[in-house]
Design a protein around this ligand. Structure first.
Ligand code: ZN
Length: 589
């Protein structure tokens, strides 16, 4: 859509003085061919006109600034233009011109938010029964229609059921879910898509051209990306930039003028989150704030890139990415080392923070709180998955290769002397007694070097656990299945590791009746009593086993590294052993 849009009401409004019109209004699309990003809507409405199949009620749903009002007005012009009905209204007749500015006598625009009562709708119904004063059809455009009261919807429904021949309803909403089904079912519904950043920046480019402003494509793309698919928001930002008096819009000008966080800071922040480094994250926030970045803008930038990390971590193609090509390599590197589940929880935490930030007087505190919580999240790699990989390292290596770039090294942020550590899940696997432990006695077999086959007592317990869960069924099953990591603290002392999110499941299992059910099922299956302990993890601390005080350190790091299983683990996860636990030799019997 390189063609500049025709200005509203035919001549550009003066840029100064009382007649000044904001950019978003001045460059509102005036015909279907000028609409950006809603091809499916434009095509369907055009077809309806051409085939004379225009129905009496339309619902346009979509977020703000994606063109609902613009399309409603264009469609109204199509129907009522003196040269119509036509897909290409003249935009010069009285009717077209008055519809363009939302002031036509027969195209009545109503704000559903402020006219939401039964009385208003009754009045509307009375007026609707009157013929249009000069045009073919009387059109009611109700914006934010979901704001109508229940009574108002009921009153409206009567008109929708038997609409007068000369009346059409166009409804617009940002929340279609709040519209009664009885009303929805009587409308032809169009869902408006968010507009792609490249489409927005192209439109911004043509506006700058018309305004005589030089603008770098990267600068406009930055504006477009920060507008989250809303053309109106993008145009408002551009307005801000134009009013700052810069004759040449560069990326730096955009960042400075709009208080946006540079991509570099946002990427550093994501690295800090993936590295579980809240201190580094807070430093980055401080730096951004002191350069004038607002909390909400920093968070928006963060969410935008995190969404792309999620896309990459999920294994989807780069065509789904919104980030500019220059930063994709770094996003891919993060996606390669940050488990998808952790990315999802992080996104959720930060999205909630953004909601809470609206209207809050301490946005910075909320941002820092959310960032710290996100940085302290464990890596939610399913331990069962890790165990499966230990069973079959080759298959695991194959499965691993679909991750975008697992081998990319992290960029040091701060504290470069800090030892890199594997994700907590891996630590707990590595800390498990793999062999030579008293646990092997559970099944009465000779202690032997196990490579994680089902003779591994922990694996055996895991299987018993899963089976027990299935047999119990119901809610208890759901609770039990959340635990996949176990540790034998002693020959008959089973520690169940509770993932950080599932403390409530541990609480449920610890209810006396459930605990006795679980313990007796385990006793029956394993033919010995077990002390059951649910070990809740602090979000901050990776799982590191306590060292037995009387430990005889016969198994040193060196021995450990020579163990086949450990070597597989090291290779598989690019891990390194950081802690060796030695059980009391007396327990080996
Ligand atoms: Zn016309």
């Amino acid at each position: 859509m390189a063609r500049p849009q025709s200005p509203e009401v035919n001549s550009p409004a003066p840029a100064t003085g009382s007649g000044y019109q904001v950019v978003a209004r001045r460059y509102r699309p005036q015909s279907f061919s000028e609409v950006v990003g809603q091809d499916h809507v434009v095509q369907a409405l055009g077809n309806a006109i051409r085939m004379k199949r225009v129905t009496h009620a339309y619902l346009f749903s979509g977020t703000r600034g994606v063109g609902k009002t613009s399309i409603a007005r264009i469609f109204a012009k199509c129907l009522n233009c003196v040269q119509g009905p036509t897909e290409t209204p003249c935009n010069t007749c009285d009717i077209c011109q008055s519809i363009s500015v939302g002031q036509d006598v027969d195209v009545i625009e109503i704000d559903g938010a402020s006219n939401n009562g039964v009385e208003q709708v009754r009045e509307l119904r009375q007026n609707a029964s009157l013929r249009p004063s000069r045009a073919r059809t009387k059109i009611y455009y109700i914006d934010e229609v979901h704001m109508l009261s229940t009574g108002a919807f009921n009153a409206l429904l009567k008109t929708l059921e038997e609409p007068p021949e000369h009346v059409k309803f166009f409804f617009a909403t940002t929340e279609p879910g709040k519209i009664p089904v009885t009303v929805l079912s009587r409308c032809q519904r169009f869902d408006f898509a968010g507009i792609r950043p490249d489409q927005i920046s192209e439109t911004l480019g043509s506006i700058c051209e018309r305004e005589g402003i030089k603008a770098d494509p990267e600068a406009l793309l930055t504006v477009a990306r920060r507008s989250a698919g809303s053309m109106r928001d993008a145009q408002s930002l551009l307005e801000q930039l134009l009013s700052s008096g810069n004759a040449h819009l560069t990326e730096q000008v955009v960042h400075d003028a709009l208080g946006l966080a540079p991509d570099e800071s946002v990427l550093d922040l994501i690295d800090a989150l993936a590295d579980h480094d809240p201190a580094a994250a807070l430093q980055i926030i401080e730096k951004s704030f002191s350069s004038g970045v607002q909390a909400a803008d920093l968070l928006s930038g963060l969410l935008e890139f995190l969404r792309d990390v999620m896309v990459l971590a999920a294994g989807a193609g780069t065509d789904l990415l919104g980030a500019p090509p220059a930063v994709r390599a770094r996003l891919a590197a993060v996606a390669g080392r940050w488990p998808l589940d952790t990315v999802l929880v992080t996104l959720q935490l930060l999205s909630e923070a953004r909601l809470r930030m609206r209207g809050n007087s301490q946005p910075r505190l909320l941002l820092e709180l959310a960032i710290c919580r996100a940085a302290r999240l464990e890596d939610f790699t399913e331990l069962s998955e890790l165990l499966a990989r230990i069973d079959n390292p080759q298959a695991a290596a194959g499965a691993n290769s679909r991750a975008p770039s697992p081998s990319v090294k992290k960029k040091p942020l701060s504290a470069p002397d800090e030892e890199p550590r594997p994700p907590a899940g891996i630590q707990s696997v590595m800390a498990m007694p793999a062999s030579n432990t008293p646990a092997n006695q559970l099944d009465g077999q000779e202690p032997r070097r196990s490579t994680g086959s089902s003779t591994d007592p922990l694996e055996q317990i895991r299987q018993v656990w899963m089976q027990m869960a299935t047999e119990f069924g119901g809610k208890l099953e759901n609770h039990l299945l959340r635990f996949t990591a176990f540790h034998l603290a002693g020959p008959d002392h089973l520690q169940v590791q509770v993932p950080p999110m599932y403390n409530f499941s541990a609480d449920a299992c610890e209810l006396p009746e459930n605990r006795s059910k679980i313990e007796s099922a385990l006793r029956a299956a394993l033919e010995r009593p077990l002390i059951l302990e649910f070990e809740r993890q602090s979000l901050a601390q990776p799982v590191v086993r306590r060292e037995s005080p009387s430990a005889n350190k016969s198994l040193k790091h060196k021995d450990l590294e020579e163990d086949n299983l450990v070597q597989d683990l090291i290779k598989l996860f690019e891990a390194r052993p950081i802690h060796v636990e030695v059980e009391d030799e007396a327990d080996l019997g």
